[in-house]
Design a protein around this ligand. Structure first.
Ligand SMILES: Nc1nc2c(c(=O)[nH]1)N[C@H]1C(S)=C(S)[C@@H](COP(=O)(O)OP(=O)(O)OC[C@H]3O[C@@H](n4cnc5c(=O)[nH]c(N)nc54)[C@H](O)[C@@H]3O)O[C@H]1N2
Ligand SMILES: Nc1nc2c(c(=O)[nH]1)N[C@H]1C(S)=C(S)[C@@H](COP(=O)(O)OP(=O)(O)OC[C@H]3O[C@@H](n4cnc5c(=O)[nH]c(N)nc54)[C@H](O)[C@@H]3O)O[C@H]1N2
Ligand SMILES: [Mo]
Length: 908
């Protein structure tokens, strides 16, 4: 259905129509196909998919509307239309149309019948005889790609795959080639699928009605009856795609995106959809391991848990509760995070618990709380998508949040203006009206420059600033120092571009800001978030509906949730401060234990305490700190010094390798609980399979450690844990497993069981103590690292589409065939200066360490800058990064490292 993108579906006006004498009510703009389907009549539509605009080319959806035969998918339903759909005449017409299509196909096109492809099912339903498919075939296959296979003989040139790729994914990788009956889908680049622009979102597999495009193990569209289907939420990034996991026994046959997924709406990416092969990797941890005589040896759970319990007891005896600390996992569920922080606070008696939000969006939590009052994005993504001007800052959603990236791109292709602020020419930048390319680490100056222009050109919302904001005089005074030409000198962004971008944002009717780690992972990351929030406040584009605020694209599947659940050293569940006596007492009453009043250690402080000999037990749940934390040489030192390191892991990660006890954990496909996605949505996670061997869910492991200490944690099940959290935290009071099972997703704040969560925040007042939005007058300060004669280049680190963080999972899937190593992108001028060619091994040295990467020349990076990901720990990228961190939150300065290069090729 083609609805106005500005009108949310549930608010759309309705029209009445009649199908075979039965009245139906459908939203305005609905097609005859929508009407017929709403009436429950099955009509084939082989060239149609609800996810994109109809084409009307296959003529299989014929109905009679007010007497005329029409292709239902392309004909709008006028009010009062009388439709005939389920008559013998119409079925015969449709059968004829399908028979023409099928006649060119080989007999196997109809394999499976009612359980086969969409085409096979349609033929079965219409009574098309198997003999109708009598084509000769011989057009050949393309099996070059690890996940997407093409059988040209089954292609009916319906164009669904081409439109899925263009209109939903936005990649334009596919085209139809050939003439007449020989028309067939092909990669737009010619040649093999594996060499095409395909990003393996799986959309073409999902929409193909015939099985011409399929994935190994699953015929497209086929719904084999014997497969079990489990609805869950993706365990990779924070988008929160709803997925159906199809299993046969203990085998994953396929993972398909849910069409009613609130964020993904039937779309997915190469990770969620295809990267599940890690599950059966021979390297999967299946038994607890204990270090004996320097070697990790398999032991029983009782031995492993007993060892951990004794270690915790003696650490507390020797150094007090604060000699114990835990890093909780943003990959794990809310319930697991809740339980782990409860364990530390009540059983051990310390606030030493943190999670990888520290490395990621801690500055967002701090900055957004200071500006608006709550630690999350200000608006739902559905609203962000209604913006008429998008300001995408330091985020690369096309690679890091592909489903969101695709939705943003479609919005831009349909006319929204786009400003991208990123030093690199990322995917979205190619579609931007203005691409601002600041020097890494100069955001605060750039944002002040934009704010300066908003004020200077009268683009600020005076009424909003008077009634709902505070801090304008201080900010206005500061901004006099940031005219566009001075900002140009600091950031390298031409003054004219600063003005142009500010005008686009300033003059838009409904602007929205979306941002990522390019804002937070800096020495002044929190200032960056505050300075960015200033723009929305100046424009009155937050809490008003005249714009959609400031929205971090949070990273891990459950990093929002890990923090919501209180896996933070200074905050209890629901962001209540441990220093607040009333908050402590509320938790203490529920938990029946005293809660320490001193904030605990942050992750980098834990390592420092370990190196100093003050930390005696470090329990690391699902974070590969020796690969992904900065300055990993020093992290490894900390683990070596700490007497007991315990690691819950799926694989023997760089960290697990150095641990004293390794506890094998279930992965997201094997556990029960909930995640909170980047727009504050709780969604269910359900086990599609059992964990392998003796692996257990982190939930059970945490209980096991408590049991071994003779302590009772309560919360026997994940559902009970979330219920307890809801009883403690008003923000989550209305949320429960039972409600999520019924409703699918609920946004927080959700204080009431019988009322929807609040996707849109601050319509009445901000959640700050004075109810106002707070402008911040923070001056620009330079980054911690800067280049010099010895280290002349600036290295930015970030993500690539096919791999996920430490790569522990994606490297153990066929994604490895899509992206085989950590590459260093460098500008052709810099490559020439260093005598480097594409594919050359290159040594990268910083003031902290050295890494070995493969050179790749690219104009995506500016001269003087290089870029790499950190998905292959063996390359050593995080030995290069410094231990400098955001002055407010300690978030590492991953985005700015001064480096030099040496060719590693022999003979050069
Ligand atoms: N494929 C894939 N997806 C992922 C992940 C993954 O590893 N792989 N990880 C997940 C996680 S944990 C997270 S947190 C998210 C992160 O998602 P993003 O925040 O989108 O990821 P990054 O690539 O780290 O950084 C974003 C951009 O910041 C830019 N940048 C660097 N310095 C500056 C600066 O000074 N100013 C500005 N304006 N921009 C700058 C970089 O060039 C980069 O394009 O992705 C999640 N999704
Ligand atoms: N240079 C550089 N470094 C960075 C960044 C950067 O931009 N540049 N980004 C940083 C950011 S934003 C983040 S979030 C971190 C991410 O860093 P990490 O959190 O270390 O990375 P992941 O690979 O997502 O997951 C960590 C481990 O959890 C395991 N795991 C997965 N699921 C589960 C589970 O359910 N239970 C248990 N127990 N284990 C599980 C995986 O096998 C993996 O080894 O990296 C940071 N490091
Ligand atoms: Mo992250």
């Amino acid at each position: 259905m083609t609805a106005d993108p500005d009108t949310p579906r549930h608010e759309a006006p309705e029209v009445m129509a009649e199908v075979d004498g039965v009245a139906v009510r459908v939203p305005e703009g609905a097609t005859l196909l929508d009407v017929v389907r709403a009436a429950g009549v099955a009509v084939p539509a082989l060239c149609h998919d609800d996810r994109f605009a109809p084409a009307g080319s296959c003529r299989t959806c014929l109905v009679r509307a007010d007497g005329h035969v029409r292709a239902a998918c392309v004909t709008p339903a006028a009010p009062g239309t009388r439709i005939e759909a389920d008559t013998g005449e119409l079925r015969a017409l449709r059968r004829d149309a399908v028979e023409v299509i099928v006649s060119a196909l080989p007999p196997r096109a109809l394999d499976g019948g009612a359980d086969g492809s969409e085409l096979a099912r349609v033929c079965h339903e219409l009574g098309v005889a198997p003999e109708a498919a009598h084509g000769q075939g011989g057009r050949g296959r393309d099996d070059s790609h690890p996940y997407v296979h093409l059988d040209r003989d089954l292609c009916i040139a319906c164009g669904r795959c081409v439109r899925m790729c263009a209109d939903v994914q936005g990649t334009f990788a596919l085209t139809l080639t050939g003439r007449g009956g020989d028309t067939v889908v092909a990669p737009g680049t010619g040649g093999l699928w594996a060499d095409s622009d395909c990003v393996a979102c799986g959309g073409c597999v999902d929409t193909c009605p015939t099985g011409a495009i399929s994935e190994p193990g699953l015929l497209s569209g086929a719904r084999p009856a014997e497969l079990a289907r489990t609805r869950t939420t993706c365990g990779y990034c924070g988008v929160g795609c709803a997925l159906d996991v199809l299993t046969r026994g203990e085998e994953v046959v396929a993972v398909v995106p849910a069409h009613d997924g609130p964020v993904n709406r039937g779309h997915a990416c190469v990770k969620g959809r295809f990267a599940h092969g890690f599950r059966t990797s021979p390297e999967r941890l299946t038994r607890p391991l204990l270090r004996r005589g320097g070697v990790l040896e398999p032991v029983t759970w009782a031995e492993a848990l007993g060892h951990v319990a004794r270690g915790i007891r003696s650490a507390v005896a020797a150094g007090g509760p604060d000699a114990v600390a835990a890093i909780s996992s943003a990959r794990a569920t809310n319930e697991e995070n809740y339980l782990l922080q409860k364990f530390l606070r009540t059983v051990v008696g310390t606030n030493n618990v943190d999670n990888c939000s520290r490395l990621c969006h801690a500055p967002s939590a701090a900055g957004l709380t200071a500006a608006f009052g709550l630690s999350g994005g200000t608006d739902s993504f559905d609203d962000v998508e209604r913006a008429d001007c998008l300001l995408v800052v330091g985020a690369n959603p096309v690679e890091a949040h592909p489903v969101v990236g695709a939705r943003l791109l479609q919005r831009v292709l349909r006319g929204a203006r786009l400003v991208v602020a990123d030093p690199r020419a990322i995917g979205l930048a190619h579609h931007a009206d203005v691409h601002l390319r600041p020097r890494p680490g100069t955001n605060v100056a750039l944002f002040h420059g934009l704010a300066h222009v908003l004020l200077a050109e009268g683009l600020a919302d005076g009424e909003f600033l008077r009634r709902r904001a505070t801090g304008l005089p201080e900010l206005a005074a500061l901004l006099t120092d940031y005219p566009p030409d001075r900002v140009a000198a600091i950031t390298g962004v031409p003054a004219g571009d600063v003005v142009a971008a500010a005008r686009l944002y300033g003059q838009a009717g409904r602007p929205a800001i979306v941002y990522g780690l390019g804002v937070t992972e800096h020495l002044h990351g929190t200032d960056g978030v505050r300075a960015l929030a200033n723009l929305a406040i100046l424009r009155g584009a937050v809490g008003t509906g005249r714009g959609f605020g400031v929205n971090p694209l949070r990273g891990q599947n459950n990093v929002q949730g890990a923090s919501d659940m209180g896996a933070l050293p200074d905050l209890l569940p629901g962001y209540q401060r441990v220093t607040d006596r009333a908050a402590r007492e509320r938790a203490a009453r529920l938990w029946r234990a005293e809660i320490p009043a001193e904030p605990g250690l942050r992750i980098p402080q834990m390592f420092a305490a370990a190196r100093a000999g003050d930390l005696r037990v470090l329990w690391i749940v699902g974070e590969d700190v020796c690969a992904t934390d900065p300055d990993t040489t020093r992290v490894a030192e900390a683990l070596e010094t700490c007497p007991l390191v315990v690691c819950n892991e799926v694989f023997l990660s760089e960290t697990a390798r150095r641990a004293d006890v390794v506890l094998p954990a279930a992965s997201w496909l094997e556990k029960d609980g909930t995640f909170v996605n980047f727009d504050r949505r709780f969604q269910r996670v359900r086990p599609a399979l059992d964990p392998p061997g003796r692996a257990r869910a982190d939930f059970a492991i945490i209980h096991g450690v408590a049991d071994a200490l003779g302590a009772a944690l309560g919360c026997p099940t994940p559902a009970a844990a979330l219920a307890e959290c809801a009883a403690l935290v008003p923000l989550f009071a209305g949320i429960s497993h039972e409600r999520l099972d019924r409703e699918g997703a609920v946004c927080w704040p959700a204080p009431h069981r019988d009322r929807p969560g609040e996707a849109r925040l601050y319509r009445e007042r901000f959640a700050t103590p004075d109810g106002l939005a707070h402008l911040a007058a923070c001056p620009y300060l330079p980054p911690g690292e800067s280049p010099d004669d010895h280290y002349p280049l600036v290295m930015v680190t970030g993500r690539r589409w096919a791999h996920y963080n430490s790569g522990s999972m994606t490297r153990r899937t066929r994604n490895l065939r899509l992206d085989a190593d950590d590459r260093l992108d460098l500008h052709p001028d810099d490559a020439a200066r260093h005598g480097l060619l594409d594919g050359d091994p290159v040594i990268v040295e910083s003031r902290h360490g050295r890494a070995r990467l493969t050179a790749r020349t690219s104009r995506e990076v500016a001269p003087g800058q290089v870029f790499c990901a950190f998905h292959f720990p063996a390359s050593g990228v995080n030995t290069l990064t410094s231990d400098l961190g955001d002055t407010v939150t300690s978030c590492p300065e991953y985005k700015v490292t001064a480096v030099r290069l040496r060719s590693a090729a022999s003979g050069r």
